[in-house]
Design a binder for this molecule. Structure first.
Ligand SMILES: CC(C)(COP(=O)(O)OP(=O)(O)OC[C@H]1O[C@@H](n2cnc3c(N)ncnc32)[C@H](O)[C@@H]1OP(=O)(O)O)[C@@H](O)C(=O)NCCC(=O)NCCS
Length: 248
């Protein structure tokens, strides 16, 4: 029976948000193959192809990559910016840019996915993780794919890159917040093995343990590729022991 008009709705923390987001494509919901990968490795230099045919180049994000970040931010819709930063961000301030480029190879690491467009390469997506002060085996994770390249499997790929890179640098899990209405992010995280719980205010807290996803990635060429790209980048490698030495 429907509740009388004007009566308080029963609290349903899972019920917030639209049933389907704008632009949702039911035909993109099914992964292209059984293990959910929507990409193939083309060569060991970091070239991959998404199943829709988009060619990307994966590589570690370097402190000098600020221009790529600024150009990619300009291609993010208001909604994507809001979803990424959980608040309106009309422009990238100098302090945000300084933080986002402050990758140090140990506490703060990032990988970008570049696409060659007619006007030149564009940063189509980036994943970054930042070790928490409270526990060096836990990191905040952020993944952003610019609107033109969303829904092609790039977010899922970057999540797996984050898992592999995080594990190689002594992390045990990612923890963070995601908007309840951000269904593609929730799906991406859940496919990576995250558990999510409502945290109030339309936000979900998630926890993503790395080891089970690492096991699921065994047999894929991605672990060797990510390790090789990280080695070649010149960003110093670090492990948990090093993190513990440096962490306050
Ligand atoms: C969240 C985000 C990173 C996902 O990137 P993406 O490249 O679109 O991700 P994928 O293509 O791998 O899709 C992720 C999931 O959403 C689904 N999805 C994404 N867009 C979809 C669409 N338009 N229609 C149907 N399904 C869609 C995919 O099927 C996939 O689910 P599955 O793994 O169960 O199959 C991207 O949307 C984004 O950058 N958003 C703005 C910033 C943000 O929200 N960041 C995350 C919070 S930190």
């Amino acid at each position: 029976m429907s509740p009388p008009i004007g009566s308080a709705r029963p609290a349903d923390p899972w019920g917030d948000g639209p049933l389907l987001p704008r632009g949702w494509r039911p035909d993109r919901e099914e992964p292209a193959d059984g293990d959910g990968h929507r990409w193939m490795v083309v060569d060991p230099a970091g070239h991959l192809r998404l199943t829709d045919g988009t060619d990307i180049t994966l590589r570690p994000f370097l402190p000098g990559d600020g221009d790529l970040l600024v150009a990619a931010f300009a291609r993010l819709s208001k909604q994507s910016r809001y979803r990424r930063f959980l608040s309106p961000v009309p422009r990238l301030t100098d302090s945000m840019l300084a933080f986002l480029t402050a990758v140090d190879g140990l506490h703060h690491r990032a990988f970008g996915a570049l696409v060659d467009e007619p006007a030149g390469p564009i940063g189509a997506g980036v994943m970054r993780w930042v070790r928490t002060d409270a526990d060096p085996v836990v990191a905040d994770l952020a993944i952003t794919v610019i609107d033109d390249y969303q829904g092609r499997g790039l977010g899922g790929l970057l999540l797996d890159v984050a898992v592999l890179d995080g594990m190689a640098h002594g992390l045990d899990r990612f923890e963070g917040l995601v908007l309840g209405e951000n269904i593609s992010s929730r799906r991406m995280l859940a496919r990576g093995g995250a558990t999510l719980r409502p945290d109030g205010g339309g936000v979900f807290a998630y926890r993503l343990p790395l080891r089970p996803r690492i096991e699921a990635l065994q047999g894929s060429p991605l672990p060797a590729l990510v390790a090789a790209l990280a080695r070649r980048s010149g960003i110093p490698a670090g492990g948990l022991a090093a993190a513990r030495r440096v962490a306050p």
